[in-house]
Every structure is written in structure tokens, then in C-alpha cells.
Design a protein around this ligand. Structure first.
Ligand code: PRX
Length: 645
């Protein structure tokens, strides 16, 4: 079968209904979302105004003065009808190590965790940092925070001690959750020890008052009396009911750190009403969630995909959500498909990088398993290349499942662009059309003017607020305005390039700023560079993304060395390690290229465009280099990169 350009749905009528509903949702958002919020969520009391504020002023608020609790939406409201249904299905690192937690059981565990936190002094509005592996407890802690009005700040368990310390300090977080160790791909990760190192770093010293520790492996850990508490013991003695805090719609629900093009990661803040509605509605629409579904998102809870599509979205919809501790390769490359067969997932949601790495092993692996339970396959994190799309659609979905390409960001809370299963025609590689309430436009990057018509390129922008838009960056509203609202006044600017094709379908062409996307992980070039220049050997560094077959993008770091340092294998290893320790293993550079200088303009500006071309092997289109201070460096770098490729 050859890859078609368009895969239309079975009937056009549903696509027409989508178009009509979308038009209605953007012509009168207050009416549309007011009605949805009433239909889809349970409010303790209603709002005065559905939406106020604008992108221009960065003062957006939804469901003003409305009262609700996110944990209540995700747990309590299901108890009467489906308390005995499985809320969380967990599979550990070893295949078959499975736990099921019903909604009733989840309520008890969340309440005990909430009461345990309260007993130690955690209060509404406090920030609770969560550095946990993929255990059921990560969802329990998030929901318990939501229940008592504490603001969680979950840190992906692949981050280093330095990155954790920075986040503890930025949020001034007195409360910290971790586990003794984590298990992943047959390896043990010493999470408590990494946490101890983080809490001992100068920036974070003395901030954490209580460190709540869950047991995952029973392995040995360091222990600080008075600060550290075994959470299983503390929870076990708590009352298994804890009333929900009545939260204002605009009360903070969580912060999540993400990378930008400059400076340190920013704490993106989401609020209660808008986020809860957005996660609920997008999970329901994108994945066609129905009662009894077993929904599997195999991301990590530490990223926005995990927050919205492992925890809040599926649970708010009352389906079974899957939590996966391991990797697609452990113990073998059939792991995902074995789990689909055993658990009978109805939806499966992963990233193009995982699909690409699995398709390398051929069709026989997935063909050994019964994948017939699947209805919808989802992809997220980067544009999916048509070959990977096709493999997903044909080999995994047997041409019967919809493949939904979901575009979103930490800042958007949930999907803002993506096809709806069985509704929107699918085009491999295109995330298709905007969600309800999202008005996308293509802007001219230079003038900021809207480009009308189809068959056009530019930068992506969103024209009016939707409930899930982030409200601020923690402690730095100015940065929020500068990054998202000021580049194109009156619009939200996500930072991506875009093509709108002849049919009006959207194709994301990648970041237009200095943000890298490595295996779907967002990494700021500035973070990598500052990790490198912190090493005494490095005088100058430029981190550049280049196309990578599996990871989407790889990282190439050009460096000049300080006097007295010589280029060597050991030094390169050390520099690689410097990035791992500063950020985490997922940010490890693929190439480090030391040299005597970098291509710079005569005024001293590093020519990243040239470095990008060299790292990508596009040396015949480097263009004019006569403006460089020293043009001869270009050939030296080309030779060096070719030498390590
Ligand atoms: O560049 C876009 C890319 O990932 C960025 C957001 O990264 P992050 O906040 O870490 O969230 C990742 C998970 C949503 C975007 O600015 N991106 C995400 N999804 C897609 C995508 N690019 C193309 N197609 C997608 N479906």
C-alpha cells in the first residue's frame, strides 16, 4: 500500500459538524465554554463571567469567581456510578508486575496522602515539589495536592540534582516528595540520593522542611532525621477521607518547568477551572473516550503530556488510565504490543521518536500480538514523519484505527491542534485543524501581519484565549508577557513555524527559536551552553540542533577551549557529563566539537545559521561567509563534524 495524502473519515457529515461547532466556538467563546463547563464539570458554585482579559494585557481569567476542586472532578464524582471500576492500571518495570487501583481505592489513598500532608503543615497555596518515578503514588500526590489546594511542581525523574535544586529554590518549596529508588529498563535509579544532593546544594539549602519518601525498592538511602518522613507509614495512620478545599477557578493548580530560548527554565502556571476543563474536554474529544475505555498514554507524568493525559484528562472522564514504569525496549522491543494484548488498551498514545525506534525492528514483532482492542492511536511531541505515521497506521492500527496527531505545549495545557478520530480527515505529517475554541492564524514572522489564504508559510499564532492557556510564569509575569504575548501583540505566540496547506490543514515545521526538541523533550540551547561554559575548559559554546533519524533532533555543541586546555577524548567525555549533571541524561550532547574559534560576524555575533548547516551536513548551502571575521574556520568545522559523524 502506498501512503495516501489524505485518509478521509467514513462520513463527511461528522467533519461538517466539526466545522460548524468550531465556527460557533470561536465566534462566541463565552457562550460555548460557559455551556461546556456546566455540562462537563461539577461546580460548587457558579461564575460571574466566563472569560475576561486579553493576550494584549496578559490578564486572562476564566469562570471568574466560580468554585470547584480538580480532585473532586477526577475522583469523587465517579464514586457513586463507577467506584468499583479501575481508575489506575499500573505496570512496573518487569512485565506482568501489575497493580489495579479502583476509583474508591484511589479516593482513600488520595485522602490519606492529603491528610498526611496536612498533618505536617502543608497548606493551601504552598508549593509541593514532586520528584517521583512512575509509581501510582505520583498521581496520588498530584491529586492530593489538588484536593487541599497545594500547588504541585512535578519534576521529571530524569532531571539531575542541580536542576532539582534550582526548581526547589525558584518555587521556594518547603515540601518535597520522592521515593527511595526508581526502576527503569532493569536499572535502579537512586532518586532519594539524588534528592539529598539537590537539597544540599547552595541554592536549595534549608528550603525543604519535609521530605516525604515512598518506598519503591526497599533499597538503602541516606536519611536526615527531622526532615525525612516515610510516607507509607505516615499515610497508613491517616483518616481515609479528607474534604476537598473549595478552590477558586483562578487558584493555581500546578506549575511545570519548561525550557525557553533564553535563561533558565520557566515555571509555567496553570489554574484550576480552565485547566480542568481543557484537560477533560481535549482528552474526551481527541481520543473519543467512552465509558469502560482503557486509555494508555506511555509518557512520563513529569511532563505536560503526563499531567494532562495520564492523570487529569482520563480520570476526569472516568475511564481507566494506564501508568507505565518501564521503557518500550525492556525486556524486549515487543513490550508495548505485549501490553496492548494483555491489557486490551482502547487508545495508545506515544511520541514519534518511540515509533521510529520500534519500526526499525520490523513488522514481525507487533504482528505476534493481538492488537485488535485498539481504536485510536495518538502521537505527540514533534511532527511525525510520514513513514512513521504509515507504520503506526498500518502495522499497529491495521488500517482500522484513527491516528491522531496532537499538537500542544506545556503552556497550552492540552491539545490545541489535532484531528478528531473518525471526524477529521487524516493527513500523515499534518496535525490538521484546531480544537474547539482555538483560532489559529499564520503570521508573517517579520511584519506580524496575518497571512490570509491557503498554501502559505509563516509562524503559528493563536488569536483568542482558550481556557487552558497558562496564566503566568511563576514569579516573573514580565517574562510571560515578553515570551508569549509581546512578539506579536494581540496574539499568543507558541514559538513554532507553520505551513497552512492548500486545504487549510496545519503542518508544524518546528521551533523558530533556540529551543531543541530531542526525543520529544524540550531543551533550551541556552541551558546546554551554560552547562558547558561552567566548565573551566570551555570559553565559548554554541548548542545547535541537527536532524536525527530516531530522536528527531540531536544536539551538536561547538566549543572553544580556554588557554591551557587541549582537545582530548577525556575532555569531551567530561563536557558531555557536565551537561548530564547540569540538566539530566536526556540532554546529553550527541557531538562535542572543540575548535580554536567559532564563525562570528565582525561584531562578535555567533553565526548559528552556519553552525546549523554544518551540523546537518548541508555544507553546499552554507551561503555567504564573507561577513565572517575569519571565514577559514568554516572548513575546519566541516572537517571536524564529518570526522565524528
Ligand atoms: O515544537 C512543538 C513540539 O513540542 C513543543 C512543545 O514542547 P513541550 O512543551 O515540551 O510539550 C511537549 C508535549 C506536548 C511545541 O512547541 N510539538 C508538540 N507536539 C507536536 C509538536 N510539533 C509538531 N507536531 C506535534 N504534534
Amino acid at each position: 500500500m502506498t501512503l495516501k495524502e489524505v485518509y478521509p473519515p467514513n462520513t463527511d457529515s461528522r467533519f461538517d459538524s466539526y466545522k460548524a461547532e468550531h465556527a460557533k466556538s470561536i465566534s462566541n467563546p463565552s457562550e460555548y465554554w460557559g455551556q461546556k463547563a456546566l455540562e462537563e464539570l461539577e461546580w460548587f458554585s457558579g461564575w460571574d463571567t466566563v472569560m475576561q482579559g486579553s493576550f494584549l494585557h496578559g490578564d486572562i481569567a476564566w469562570f471568574v469567581n466560580g468554585k470547584l476542586n480538580t480532585c473532586y472532578q477526577c475522583v469523587d464524582r465517579h464514586i457513586e456510578k463507577r467506584g468499583g471500576d479501575v481508575a489506575i492500571l499500573w505496570e512496573g518495570d518487569e512485565p506482568g508486575d501489575v497493580k489495579e487501583v479502583t476509583y474508591k481505592e484511589l479516593l482513600r489513598r488520595v485522602c490519606q496522602c492529603a491528610n498526611a500532608m496536612k498533618s505536617q503543615g502543608v497548606k493551601k497555596g504552598d508549593t509541593v515539589t514532586v520528584y517521583l518515578p512512575m509509581m501510582v503514588e505520583v498521581a496520588v500526590v498530584m491529586l492530593a495536592c489538588a484536593r487541599i489546594g497545594a500547588v504541585h511542581s512535578v519534576i521529571f525523574a530524569g532531571f539531575s540534582a542541580e536542576a532539582i535544586a534550582e526548581r526547589i529554590a525558584a518555587a521556594n518549596s518547603k515540601w518535597f516528595f520522592t521515593s527511595d529508588e526508581g526502576k527503569r529498563g532493569g536499572k535502579t535509579i537512586p532518586l532519594k540520593n539524588i534528592s539529598d544532593n539537590a537539597m544540599a546544594k547552595d541554592v536549595a539549602k534549608g528550603i525543604v522542611e519535609k521530605c516525604f519518601v515512598y518506598k519503591r525498592t526497599g533499597g538503602k538511602t541516606g536519611w536526615t532525621e527531622g526532615r525525612d518522613v516515610w510516607m507509607d507509614e505516615l499515610s497508613a495512620v491517616q483518616r481515609p477521607y479528607c474534604p476537598c478545599e473549595i478552590m477558586d477557578s483562578e487558584d493555581p493548580l500546578f506549575i511545570l518547568y519548561t525550557s525557553g530560548s533564553t535563561g533558565r527554565p520557566k515555571g509555567v502556571l496553570h489554574t484550576t477551572g480552565g485547566y480542568t476543563l481543557w484537560s477533560h474536554v481535549t482528552a474526551k474529544n481527541s481520543f473519543d473516550l467512552k465509558e469502560g475505555d482503557k486509555f494508555a498514554c506511555v509518557a512520563d507524568a513529569g511532563w505536560i503530556t503526563g499531567h494532562t493525559y495520564i492523570v487529569y484528562g482520563p480520570l476526569s472522564n472516568g475511564v481507566t488510565t494506564f501508568m507505565f514504569e518501564s521503557t518500550p525496549m525492556y525486556p524486549d522491543v515487543g513490550r508495548y504490543w505485549d501490553m496492548v494484548q494483555r491489557h486490551k488498551f482502547t487508545q495508545f498514545y506515544t511520541a514519534p521518536t518511540a515509533i521510529r525506534s520500534l519500526m526499525r525492528f520490523g513488522d514481525d514483532e507487533p504482528n505476534r500480538y493481538d492488537l485488535s482492542s485498539l481504536r485510536v492511536l495518538g502521537t505527540v511531541g514533534e511532527p511525525i514523519n510520514p513513514e512513521a505515521w504509515r507504520w503506526y497506521y498500518e502495522v499497529i492500527g491495521k488500517e482500522k484505527c484513527s491516528v491522531v496527531d496532537t499538537y500542544f505545549q506545556t503552556e497550552t495545557a492540552g491539545h490545541v491542534i489535532g484531528n478528531l478520530p473518525g471526524v477529521t480527515p487524516m493527513k500523515p505529517g499534518s496535525c490538521t485543524l484546531p480544537h474547539f475554541g482555538v483560532e489559529t492564524v499564520v503570521l508573517d514572522a517579520q511584519t506580524g501581519k496575518e497571512i490570509e489564504g491557503n498554501g502559505v508559510d509563516g509562524v503559528l499564532a493563536i488569536k483568542q484565549p482558550w481556557p487552558g492557556i497558562t496564566r503566568t510564569c511563576l514569579g516573573d509575569h514580565e517574562r510571560y508577557l515578553n515570551v508569549y504575548m509581546k512578539p506579536y501583540p494581540g496574539y499568543y505566540f507558541p514559538g513554532d513555524g507553520v505551513t497552512r496547506d492548500k486545504d487549510g490543514f496545519i503542518w508544524i515545521t518546528g521551533r523558530v527559536d533556540d529551543v531543541l526538541n530531542v526525543s520529544g523533550h524540550r531543551i533550551g540551547t541556552a541551558e546546554v551552553e551554560s552547562a558547558l561554559v561552567a566548565h573551566p575548559a570551555v570559553a565559548q559554546a554554541a548548542a545547535i540542533g541537527f536532524p536525527h533519524d530516531i530522536k528527531g533532533q540531536g544536539i551538536c555543541c561547538y566549543t572553544t577551549l580556554t588557554n591551557g586546555y587541549e582537545e582530548s577524548e577525556d575532555l569531551i567525555k567530561e563536557l558531555r557529563n557536565a551537561v548530564r549533571t547540569s540538566i539530566g541524561p536526556f540532554a546529553t550532547p550527541d557531538m562535542i566539537i572543540p575548535s580554536s574559534s567559532l564563525p562570528m560576524t565582525r561584531s562578535g555575533k555567533i553565526m548559528r545559521r552556519i553552525l546549523r548547516k554544518i551540523a546537518s551536513g548541508e555544507t553546499d548551502t552554507i551561503g555567504d561567509i564573507t561577513t565572517l571575521g575569519d571565514p577559514s574556520i568554516v572548513q575546519i568545522l566541516i572537517d571536524k563534524v564529518e570526522g565524528v559523524m
